[in-house]
Design a binder for this molecule. Sequence first.
Ligand code: PDD
Length: 285
Amino acid sequence: MTRQVYVNGRYLPYHQAGVHVEDRGFQFADAVYEVCEVHNSQIIDFPRHLARLRHSLDELDIVLSVGDGALRHIMRETVRRNRVRFGSVYLQVSRGKAKRDFPFPTPQGPATLVCLARASQPERIAALAATGISIITEPDPRWQRCDIKTVMLLPAVLAKQRAMTAGAHEVWFVDNDGQVTEGASSTAWIVASDKTVITRPLSQRILPGVTRATVLDQLNADGFSLQERAFSVADAETAREAFQTSASGTVLPVVKINGRAIGDGVPGPLTLTLRQRFHKYAAVT
Ligand code: PDD
C-alpha cells in the first residue's frame, strides 16, 4: 500500500508530496500543528485538538480558509486512506509561500495545509508503559508563548537528542525558579505522598495538553485529589509516582528522574489505572 499525504486539496503519494521551497513554515517555522492519537481507527479528542489549532492560528494571525467540518473530513480521510488503526494523524498549517521577508506577506496568500497519518507500533508503547520511562531535567530554553503549538521545535529536538544520549526517554524542562514547566513533547505530572495528583496550571509557559485536559476530566470524575500547581525537581524526584501525558503516548509512567528511582522504581498503581481507563473519558471522531 502506498502511503498518501494530503497537501493543499490533494491526496498525493508520499514520495511525490511536497510544499514550496519558499514556504514560510520551511523558512521561518511560521506554522502551527496538531498531533492526534488514532485509536481503533478513530481520532481521539478531535474537538479539543481543533480548538487548540484555532487558538494557535488566531494568536499568529494565520488565516486558514478551511472550516472545521472540512478539517475533520481531511483528517479522517487521511487516516482511512492510510489504513491506520493505531497511530497518529498530523496536521500542519503554515502562513503559506512567499518571497523570503520577515513581516507577513501582503496580500497574504493561501495558508499551506498538510495532513499525514502514521501507524505506530502499539506493542512498543505498551512495553514502554509496562517498564516505565526515565527522564532527565534541564533548564527550559524556550520562548514565552509555549501555549501556541508552533513547529518551532528546535529546543525540543535538541533536548530529545540529549535525552537519548543519556539513555532517557524525555526531558522535563525547568523554569528559573526550579519548577518543572513540562516535557519537551509531553505534560508533566507527579503524585504526592498523600496521593494528590499534581500538574502545573495552564499559562503561556506550557502547551495546554489535550491529553492533560482529558486526564483532568478523568481525575475529577473518579474523585481523585488533584492540585493544579507548579512543582519543583525535588518534589518530582521524591514523588510517590510520576507520569507524563501526550497524544502519542497517552499516559506514560515515569520511573526514574535524573537517575533517581521514583517510588519503588516501577510504574505506580494510580498511573496505571489512569492509563488503562483513559479511552473511556476521551472523545472519539
Ligand atoms: N506533543 N507539551 C508539549 C511541549 C508538547 O509538544 C505536547 C505534545 C504536549 C502534550 O500535548 P497533547 O496531550 O495535546 O499531545 C505537551 C505532540 C504529541 C508532538 O509534538 O508530537
